[in-house]
Design a binder for this molecule. Structure first.
Ligand SMILES: C[S@@+](CC[C@H](N)C(=O)[O-])C[C@H]1O[C@@H](n2cnc3c(N)ncnc32)[C@H](O)[C@@H]1O
Length: 275
């Protein structure tokens, strides 16, 4: 069997604090499957390309893209300690300094100031839902991309299972409503294990942030309105069982779920957008 790009003893995994969470755990199997499906299986958008990784965290996907033949990778993230850790890890891995840049930057600020078509490919993996303006972010990323955008994100179905009281809060949601061109919003704590979301507000003495979750139908309407072609990536070869959002409601269901269930259920989707 081919050696995974991120082996079990990789320094990227040694620093990973998110190995055991239920949705998109950063354990070797899920991480390498995502690298494989999102990057390795799209070589025409990675090999020889100058790539921007929006929300690059400690640079795991940026590193993988370079190993898969990218020419140059620019990683941006608002969390300084993750950017600094990424730079350390790249040095430890012996990556030539002229192959990458990692900077602390807010996605909007960076994208508003970058020239149109500055990168052939833009990656936005696990980040679109952290903004309250996902359409504006998409538009800006497509402006920065000369050729393509690879997007991996949670959808409205994630709001329907988010939090203990989701079934009550979203009692009116069902499989049909999740197919509508809607966007749901959920509250989240800005302080995550290893990064803090850049925007938060005070509500009843609690610091809160918003996640915004468009349905895949709405995402596809947005893609059409922005004049790009898109292909929804098919994760079915990774699935272990039929699964809908209703199989992921309770803590026990979440705990015993397989990582690919979020894709199977449509709670998370990935797209390759081409200009
Ligand atoms: C869930 S992690 C995703 C990391 C990585 N892309 C992946 O898929 O494994 C989200 C990252 O987005 C960053 N982030 C959140 N809001 C951001 C913003 N407005 N601009 C840049 N980065 C942001 C966070 O600091 C965090 O590192």
């Amino acid at each position: 069997m081919k050696k995974p790009l991120i082996p079990d003893d990789s320094p990227f995994l040694a620093h990973e604090t998110r190995k055991n969470r239920w949705a998109i755990p950063y354990h070797p199997e899920c991480l390498n499957a995502r690298i494989n499906h999102l990057l390795a299986e799209n070589p025409g958008h990675i090999q020889g390309k100058n790539i921007l990784d929006v929300g690059s965290h400690m640079g795991t996907f940026a590193y993988a893209a370079l190993m898969l033949g990218a020419n140059f990778i620019e990683g941006i993230d608002t969390e300084e300690k993750m950017v600094l850790l990424g730079r350390e890890l790249f040095q430890e891995m012996g990556i030539a300094k002229d192959k990458y840049s990692m900077t602390v930057s807010d996605a909007f600020q960076f994208l508003e100031n970058v020239e149109e078509g500055s990168f052939e490919t833009v990656l936005c993996l696990g980040m679109l839902y952290y903004t309250t303006e996902p359409y504006r972010l998409l538009k800006l990323m497509l402006r920065a991309a000369k050729e393509s955008l690879i997007l991996d994100t949670f959808t409205a179905g994630y709001a329907a299972v988010q939090g203990k009281d989701a079934p009550q809060v979203y009692a009116g949601i069902n499989d049909e409503t999740l197919e509508l061109p809607i966007m749901l919003t959920a509250l989240t704590q800005p302080g995550k294990k290893d990064y803090t979301l850049p925007n938060s507000f005070d509500y009843r003495n609690k610091d809160l942030s918003l996640i915004t979750l468009p349905s895949s139908t709405l995402l596809e309407i947005w893609f059409n309105s922005l004049g790009v072609e898109f292909k929804k990536l098919d994760w079915s070869s990774y699935s272990t069982r039929p699964c809908t959002y209703r199989d992921l409601l309770t803590p026990d269901q979440k705990k015993s779920s397989h990582w690919a269930d979020v894709y199977k259920s449509g709670i998370r989707v990935s797209y390759l957008l081409s200009k």
